[in-house]
Design a protein around this ligand. Structure first.
Ligand code: CUA
Length: 176
């Protein structure tokens, strides 16, 4: 029984047609992978672009509490409802298992949204704005946020952060 190939077929030059298909397949991969990813980053709203800074959890907590005290207009289930001036810096704190505070913003205004987790990894997911951002403890995200439509935007945590993860809900109230 012959187990070896009859000739060294891997040294046979690639035929023209085969080369054309290799090039076409390669170009398709480039289009779908690189070009599409780059394009989607630009036109897809789910890819938020922002800056991240290192921050100590305690420092960030104090920042958020001071911000909430300054602009508090109400309270819901023990969480302050905060209405900062349009276009200002606004703060959101992620911790097991809540989003603090409830922001009340104006539609069409651009805010500097600061976000950080002070304990474990949380996933900030905003609907209907379609953002999904991972919040690593020790880092503060600052993103430009323009809520375009009035309504209630729901925040859910989409990274498992412990027993109670599924109850980690928050909201941003957007007024017209
Ligand atoms: Cu926070 Cu899951």
């Amino acid at each position: 029984m012959v187990t070896a190939p009859e000739r060294v077929w891997w040294r046979v030059p690639v035929s023209r047609a085969e080369m054309v298909w290799i090039v076409l397949a390669f170009l398709l991969v480039m289009v779908f992978f690189s070009l599409w990813m780059a394009l989607w980053h630009g036109i897809g709203r789910q890819n938020a672009t922002g800056a991240a800074y290192k921050v100590a959890p305690q420092t960030y907590r104090e920042e958020v509490f001071a911000f909430a005290r300054q602009w508090k207009v109400g309270e819901e289930n023990g969480i302050p409802v905060v209405a900062p001036p349009p276009g200002s810096h606004v703060y959101l704190l992620a911790q097991r298992f809540s989003w603090y505070p409830i922001l009340k913003l104006k539609a069409g205004e651009t805010y500097h949204l600061h976000m950080a987790s002070t304990d474990v990894l949380h996933g900030f997911s905003l609907s209907p704005h379609q953002w999904a951002i991972q919040l690593y403890p020790g880092y503060e995200w600052v993103m430009s946020f323009t809520p375009d439509k009035p309504g209630t935007y729901h925040i859910i945590c989409n990274d498992f952060c412990g027993l109670g993860h599924q109850t980690m809900l928050g909201k941003i109230i957007v007024e017209g």
